[in-house]
Design a protein around this ligand. Structure first.
Ligand SMILES: NC(=O)c1ccc[n+]([C@@H]2O[C@H](COP(=O)([O-])OP(=O)(O)OC[C@H]3O[C@@H](n4cnc5c(N)ncnc54)[C@H](OP(=O)(O)O)[C@@H]3O)[C@@H](O)[C@H]2O)c1
Length: 258
């Protein structure tokens, strides 16, 4: 039995992964943005061990999630799943003055990675849209460019792969991978999404707990349990370093050494 934390597990792929893991006998900790959503998640999955609470749109909320997670003890795996989509019609600013998409999709997985006691495995939800991402390290907050929600989302999902690969390189004792779940009909994906929903939570579960040699690798990107090509920037040591530096500046927290 493994102990697994899944961010953004009140709905969609996070909740589906939690259900698969709980059904297989693993100890699952859910995460919700507030107590109301936490209560709803507990009702949906009474088998869950714990629910941690915190709104990932704010740095205080991210810190709260890390604190609550660490109070439960060390996890075997953390699945960084929480995210917001590509349909924001304008640049939404968080209480910290950051781009909402960047804060939730990139800064939160960075800060949680840095603050939560390192598990054996880290899994980051990216997207096929990451291939259209631009590693615009001089405009992470979208203050210089005209807002484009799809581009901001693609950039954020590219940075999720960059983060997964940066952690894989810096923490050789931790398996750190990213994946594309497919475009599926969740709240984010929308009702017309064409891919198979029944497969969309399988790869993150496999990366989190399977002993399959194909799953116990690090610094890889998957789609339906198969390695897939990534945007070349994801493997750039310069881009990785610049993203980690940018996130450290924004949060005041440097990714610790292993
Ligand atoms: N669906 C797709 O087609 C697709 C394709 C490629 C990649 N992905 C990736 O897969 C992951 C999950 O997506 P999904 O389709 O399952 O999305 P979803 O159905 O919209 O669920 C997103 C989850 O994240 C939580 N969340 C969002 N903002 C939050 C915040 N500020 N604080 C705390 N929790 C927050 C949501 O909480 P609430 O329930 O309270 O809103 C929900 O539990 C995302 O990282 C996404 O980028 C999805």
């Amino acid at each position: 039995m493994a102990k697994i934390l899944i961010t953004g597990s009140t709905d969609g792929l996070g909740l589906m992964a939690a259900e698969l893991l709980a059904d297989a006998g693993h100890a699952v900790t859910l995460h919700a943005r507030n107590q109301r959503r936490a209560d709803a998640a507990s009702e949906r999955l009474p088998a869950a061990d714990h629910v941690v609470v915190g709104d990932l749109a704010s740095i205080d909320g991210m810190r709260q999630v890390a604190r609550e997670a660490n109070s439960i003890g060390r996890f075997d795996a953390v699945i960084h799943n929480a995210g917001v989509g590509y349909r924001e019609p304008r640049r939404i600013q968080t209480p910290d003055g950051l781009s909402h998409v960047f804060a939730i999709n990139v800064l939160a997985p960075y800060l949680l990675t840095a603050l939560i006691t390192p598990p054996n495995r880290l899994v980051y939800l990216s997207s096929g849209m990451h291939r259209a991402g631009q590693p615009a390290l001089d405009d992470l907050q979208w203050t210089k460019r005209r807002w484009d929600g799809a581009q901001a989302y693609s950039d954020s999902k590219l940075f999720d792969v960059v983060l997964a690969f940066a952690v894989a390189r810096r923490w050789p004792g931790v398996l750190s991978n990213a994946l594309d779940p497919g475009w599926v009909p969740t709240k984010m994906g929308g009702p017309g999404a064409p891919d198979d929903l029944s497969l969309a939570a399988v790869t993150q579960v496999w990366l989190a707990v399977s002993d399959d040699p194909a799953a116990t690798v690090t610094g890889n990107y998957f789609y339906h349990e198969q390695p897939r090509d990534v945007h070349p920037a994801a493997r750039s040591v310069e881009v990785q370093g610049a993203l980690l530096d940018g996130c450290a500046q924004l949060t005041g927290v440097v990714l610790p050494n292993p």
